[in-house]
Design a protein around this ligand. Structure first.
Ligand SMILES: Cc1cc2nc3c(=O)[nH]c(=O)nc-3n(C[C@H](O)[C@H](O)[C@H](O)COP(=O)(O)OP(=O)(O)OC[C@H]3O[C@@H](n4cnc5c(N)ncnc54)[C@H](O)[C@@H]3O)c2cc1C
Length: 291
């Protein structure tokens, strides 16, 4: 199918883009990598009168990596971030999650911020941002605000971004010392959206878990924080018994619905198994935790 007619805008500066978004209001959509928006336009799942393409804005390319953490700007492509060795070393969980997103060709175009703004419940990056304690930077003409990832995702494909706002940057703080993490998922085929994904980070204190963040994708309208599983591991050594308890606690409070891809009961079960496997990976990364 062809998209409904729209007017295409290619602003030359961030200020111009923000002014356009303010002027056009709900009639406009931001175009970043186009890997979700263009199919939606083609299927007429959305039909905005205006597209504001941010692809020409040099201010929005790339990222900053320093002591404080990582700031990924709006036009940083998923593949660029994935291939940066320094980011891979400092944020292995982000690297692992991006590698699960679609295929390299799609990641060459798709942006990290676009995936976050799109907020597909089965997408890898929203859950990862919650696990990493990221902050979303939202700019509008004449204003700017920051929203923690935990408050940013509100429902299926719905975020805290308001009309006239642009997600200009995702900020990920430097991991605490002693922390490690991983991202695991089950999907029908490699490159498909996750049936269930788990982003897990653990901070070790000696042989014990000092803090844990375990977030599931694909089981709820927004990234699901498996609080009971986190509580099951904090203060403990990651032995087999603790991992099993975490597996059974993981799905507490979770009620995934049946859909075309999988039954809710299956997703619940897989979420628990993936939580256990994530913790298993983490304890092999941090030998002290399994002592
Ligand atoms: C075949 C295929 C398989 C895929 N598989 C996966 C997968 O397994 N996992 C996965 O997570 N994704 C998958 N995707 C989606 C892909 O990751 C997209 O790149 C991503 O969801 C959107 O990023 P984008 O830069 O392409 O955004 P776009 O498609 O340009 O935009 C997506 C939405 O976000 C809004 N938006 C984009 N950037 C901003 C911004 N800076 N501020 C405000 N709003 C913004 C747009 O207005 C639009 O509503 C797949 C896509 C395809 C085509």
């Amino acid at each position: 199918m062809k998209p409904a007619p729209f007017r295409y805008h290619l602003p030359a500066t961030l200020q111009e883009a923000l002014e356009l978004l303010a002027e056009l209001g709900d009639d406009a959509k931001v175009l970043a990598g186009g890997q979700s928006l263009l199919p939606m336009l083609g299927y007429r799942l959305t039909a905005p009168a205006h597209l504001v393409d941010i692809g020409g804005l040099s201010e929005l390319r790339g990222w900053e990596l320093d002591e404080a953490g990582l700031r990924i700007r709006a036009m940083a492509r998923q593949r660029e971030v994935e291939l940066d060795p320094d980011i891979g070393l400092r944020f292995p969980i982000l690297h692992a999650a991006i590698a699960h997103v679609a295929h390299a060709q799609i990641r060459n175009r798709g942006t990290v911020c676009g995936s976050v703004a799109h907020a597909d419940p089965a997408a890898e990056l929203p859950a990862t941002m919650v696990a990493l304690g990221a902050t979303m930077v939202l700019e509008r003409s004449g204003g700017r605000r920051e929203v923690p990832a935990a408050d940013f995702f509100q429902f299926h494909f719905t975020t805290a971004i308001e009309t006239g706002e642009l997600l200009t940057e995702v900020r990920i703080p430097s991991p605490r010392s002693g922390s490690t993490g991983t991202f695991l998922e089950i999907s029908h085929r490699k490159g498909d959206f996750a049936l269930v994904g788990v982003a897990a980070t653990v901070v070790a204190d000696g042989d014990r878990v000092a803090a844990a963040r375990i977030v599931c994708a694909g089981v709820a309208p927004t990234p699901f924080v498996a609080v009971a599983a986190e509580q099951a591991v904090v203060g403990r050594v990651l032995d087999d018994a603790t991992l099993l308890v975490a597996q059974y606690c993981a799905s507490e409070g979770m009620s995934p619905t049946d859909d075309f891809h999988a039954e809710g009961a299956y997703r619940r079960q897989v979420a628990g198994v993936l939580v256990r496997r994530s913790l298993d990976v983490i304890r092999s990364q941090q030998g002290a935790l399994s002592a």
